[in-house]
Design a protein around this ligand. Structure first.
Ligand SMILES: [Zn+2]
Length: 113
């Protein structure tokens, strides 16, 4: 399960950004073609976040659909896999999105005075 390593990386990056403050919410973007299972990341997050600044933080995952542009006719093609075929019959597709793994937002606990 490579999601465990990925999740540990995410937690390490967020911890660095948090600079010692509690993290309330993390928004992740995971591309559908990235072969990363959002459910598995969520599961690992709950375990790995224990005893870190992210303990109790809400992990939100936004799935980014796979999208490619056809080199032949320029049409946009939605992809469920990292390969596909355009309506025009061409298989020469340039991926636009769907492979990303991004930490989109980090919400740090505000300390009210
Ligand atoms: Zn085409």
């Amino acid at each position: 399960m490579h999601e465990l390593g990925i999740t540990q990386n995410i937690i390490a990056i967020v911890t660095e950004h948090a600079k010692g403050q509690k993290v309330q919410r993390v928004l992740l973007e995971i591309g559908k073609l990235s072969a990363i299972m959002p459910d598995a990341v969520q599961f690992c997050f709950d375990i790995c976040a224990k005893d870190t600044l992210l303990e109790g933080a809400k992990l939100e995952i936004r799935e980014i659909p796979g999208l490619a542009k056809c080199r032949q006719c320029g049409a946009k093609v939605l992809l469920e896999q990292p390969f596909g075929i355009c309506n025009c019959g061409s298989r020469e597709l340039d991926l636009i999105s769907g492979e990303e793994l991004k930490i989109k937002e980090i919400e740090i606990e505000e300390i009210c005075v």
